[in-house]
Write a protein that binds this ligand. Sequence first.
Ligand SMILES: *Cc1c(COP(=O)(O)O)cnc(C)c1O
Length: 384
Amino acid sequence: MSEHSFATRAIHAGQAPDPITGAIIPPIYQASTHVQDGIGGFREGFEYNRAGNPTRSSLETQLAALEGGVEALSFASGLAAEDALLRGILKPGDHVLLGNDVYGGTYRLLTKVLAPWGIETTTVELADAEAIRAAIRPETKIVWLETPSNPLLKIVDIAQIAEIAHAAGLTVVVDNTFASPALQQPLALGADLVVHSTTKYLGGHSDVLGGAVVFGDDRHFDQVKFQQFAVGAVSAPLDAWLTTRGIKTLAVRMRQHSENAQAIAEWAESRPEFADVFYPGLASHAGNEIAAKQMSGFGGMLSLGLSAGADAARAFAESTSLFQLAESLGGVESLIGYPPEMTHASVRGTALAVPENIVRLSVGIEDVSDLIADLEQGLERLAR
Ligand SMILES: *Cc1c(COP(=O)(O)O)cnc(C)c1O
């Protein structure tokens, strides 16, 4: 499969027709256990669902192929994947360097769940190479980054950070949820591991929760696989199947998400109601150059800073109709949110707090003129 280009791999990797019936789509193996041909005689290695399931395997093969990894593991949620990765690799006393604008749930996992078990975490501005070097300690094991970041769409140079981290013997983890492998492939840029909330663009239809770890080489695979098996936060067969189905259209969806978001960002830049437009596809965005170098498109996420301040941002988030007010992102339908009280409520007042005057858009793949008209009527309602 690896000789094929991305869009082809997304459709065919791990998706061979059923060998018995020829059904073009592999079935959903909705079974908890597999009959053995004599004790220990496992067919294709399958024994019990927590240890392995053919539908989950088919998704894991697809995920590894998309990111150019050697293996992938799929989980019940993005945070379950992150937890298995961290506990698989780290031991008490170890230290993690975390980008200072990563997903709030990642910060919460490290500082509220894993800290009591002896894992230390420091947040750092990853755009500052000197700050990274200065924050590395003898106990540091992992540098964890997210680009584009949430909700300010900050871009960091994956290759540069990988170089600094590898010089100190650290493992580089990239949360690639916002870009998806259709637009950015961190392993090829030097990262060691990629994590995903497949709930977002990979699933793509807001109908399933899931997560994944993709491995650039074999070093950490056994430890994380053991966590998956021993703890059991696996993806259920139907969820895995829905995710494989979503992934098949990832390439075309990401093209349209990016095209729509670019048009909305350019429209928003022309409107005085917005003091700031955070979108890496704009020449005015600080990360535009690096994004153009490491991404093949700028994605569907953008944030808008309301000139009139926090109350206006809150009101705007409640004034649109096609852009529906909801958490999450990455589905075909457009969403709007007010990060300080929604996605980023748990980091309000911490080092990861976000500006109070922003709304975040997950731009869907509806017709972009309808989307812009919806935002325009939202602004008109604000003015009334
Ligand atoms: C949603 C999200 C997660 C967590 O994933 P869940 O599937 O909700 O557990 C992690 N990272 C990013 C960037 C996300 O957007």
